[in-house]
Every structure is written in C-alpha cells, then in structure tokens.
Ligand binder design. Structure first.
Ligand SMILES: NC(=O)c1ccc[n+]([C@@H]2O[C@H](COP(=O)([O-])OP(=O)(O)OC[C@H]3O[C@@H](n4cnc5c(N)ncnc54)[C@H](OP(=O)(O)O)[C@@H]3O)[C@@H](O)[C@H]2O)c1
Length: 266
C-alpha cells in the first residue's frame, strides 16, 4: 500500500481557515488529508468531505491516536469516535501520534489493539509517528515491518532526521515528513533562495522537492490556494548535486515539535 506522495496537513486549522484550506486543496487535486484526534478538527473535516461529495475511495484519510487513548480499553473506542466525527466507516491510515509518555502503556498493547482495529476494518493500515530508531525496532520486533506502513516524523532542511529515515528505508517503512517547510521557515533561508532562483522555483518547492527526491511523503499545510497548487504539483528530480550539498549543510538539529513528553531523540 502506497501513501499518496503529497498530503494536506491540517494541524492548527479550524473554522474558516480549515474550510478555505480544504476547499482549495480539493480543487487543486489533493486527496490525501492528514488529521489527528488532538487537532480537534476531525468533525469539521468529516462534515466538509461529506458536503464535497468526493467518492470515499478517492480519498486517503489519516488520523492519529492521542496519548491518552493508547490503552487496550481506550484505543478502539476512541478510533470509533474518530470515524464517527469523520463520517466514514474506515480511515486509510491510523498512527500512534507519539510514543506513550514514560512508557505508561506498553507498545505491545497499543500495537495489538491497532492490529485489531485493522482486522475489524476500521483502518486499512497502521503506523507510528515520532518514533525513534529504538522504538521503531521494538515495533518491528513486536508485529513485523510489513504491518507498519509509515513513521511520520519531523523532517525539513534544518532537521534532516537521517538516522531514523535511513532505518525506515532499510526496513521498507515509508517516511512521512511532517512540517516539511519547517512551519514556513524555509521561506526565509538565503541558501534555499539561492537554489530556488537557480531553478525558477519557490523556496517551498525546493524543500518539498528535496524531500520527495528522497522518496518521502510530504504533508505541508496551507490556507493559500496558490501555495496549495504549487505544493501539490512540486516537481521531482530537479535539484542537482550542488543543491543537495547546500541543503545537507543546513542541518542544525532544529526541532520544532518537541513537547516535554518527547522520546529520547536519536
Ligand atoms: N505527527 C506529528 O506529531 C505532527 C506534528 C506537527 C505537524 N504534523 C502534520 O504536518 C503538517 C504540516 O506541518 P505544519 O503545518 O506545522 O508546517 P509546514 O507545513 O511546514 O508549514 C506550514 C506553513 O508554511 C506556509 N506555506 C505552506 N505552503 C507554502 C508555500 N508554497 N509558500 C510559502 N509558504 C507556504 C503556510 O502558510 P500559508 O497558509 O500562508 O500557505 C504555513 O504557515 C501539519 O499540518 C500536520 O498535519 C504532524
């Protein structure tokens, strides 16, 4: 199962902004939408998609189970509530949003429930997010790499996350790069502007193209139709060796999503 290469991020989007983003995104061609229980927008997304009358099989919907729903008692009921909010009988992908803080819920328990949800038809695939190499290895040991579709992690030119992405690729687990524009910060980068000018691209396109060239899925968010159109249509195979070298030197371990319950990062 392949995840559509470019998806729509919806973190922080609600109300009018969410509606504008969804409407423009669907118009320019997005069909892969990334949400999460904690974003508190599954209900609005469900309502919007129902009204938009896009055939369900044309959509790729991802949701993520929040850390308070990882136990045997909570996971399936909470996913059922997500499905109700999204007004669908299944999602395409369900992720563990963050590893259980302080290992309160054993990974085996959560993965077993996720597999049960998959067997019940509530989700086509399962995966993880914000997993370190150690946690990913543990997950693979517990259920096998064939059951883990993706590890969704922060990756952009300033946090390249090479160790985890390399392991994912060795294991054949797709990498989904979240915050692929460093929440807009790539737009300010002089080095990225240099590459953009050289190829007549925008800075956002340089960052997304660099990620797509590595075989990663990207899920940028935007409320601007022109941005969405260019994000969705970002080309691949444009950047040359000089560009790749310049970007590789932008790594500065600049992590934006780093809550106090984060795992011990690689
Ligand atoms: N798994 C996790 O723990 C996790 C954590 C964080 C995020 N995520 C996911 O990743 C998604 C993306 O992350 P993000 O939204 O935080 O950051 P992002 O996609 O890196 O950046 C979004 C920002 O970039 C701007 N932007 C987008 N396209 C642009 C373009 N073509 N040109 C110029 N500016 C552009 C947007 O402004 P405009 O609206 O003006 O375009 C917005 O301010 C989230 O929405 C969420 O779905 C997952």
């Amino acid at each position: 199962m392949k995840i559509p290469r470019v998806g729509l991020g919806t973190f922080r989007l609600k109300g009018r902004d969410l509606n504008i983003s969804l409407k423009s995104a669907l118009k320019v061609g997005f069909r892969h939408i990334d949400t999460a229980q904690i974003y508190d927008n599954e209900g609005e997304i469900g309502k919007f998609l129902k009204q938009a009358q896009i055939p369900r099989q044309d959509l790729f919907l991802t949701t993520k189970v929040w850390t308070n729903h990882l136990s045997k008692e909570d996971l399936i009921p909470s996913l059922q509530e997500s499905l109700e909010r999204l007004q669908t009988s299944y999602v395409d992908l369900t992720l563990i949003h963050w590893p259980s803080p302080k290992n309160q819920v054993p990974l085996k328990e959560t993965l077993t429930e996720l597999l049960r949800a998959k067997n019940k038809g509530m989700t086509k695939a399962i995966g993880v997010s914000n997993f370190t190499t150690e946690q990913l290895r543990e997950a693979v040991d517990l259920i096998g790499k064939e059951h883990i579709l993706t590890n969704q992690i922060e990756i952009h030119p300033f946090l390249q996350n090479r160790k985890v992405s390399r392991l994912c690729q060795e294991l054949g687990i797709q990498v989904t790069a979240y915050m692929p524009l460093a929440y807009g910060e790539v737009i300010q980068s002089k080095e990225i502007s240099y590459i953009a000018k050289k190829h007549k691209l925008t800075n956002a396109e340089v960052s997304l193209s660099w990620l797509l060239d590595q075989g990663f899925v990207v899920i940028p968010s935007s409320t601007n139709e022109d941005h969405l159109r260019s994000n969705f249509n970002t080309g691949v195979g444009i950047l040359d060796e000089e560009d790749q070298k310049i970007i590789s030197e932008l790594e500065k371990n600049y992590r934006i999503a780093n809550p106090d319950f984060s795992p011990q990062w690689d």
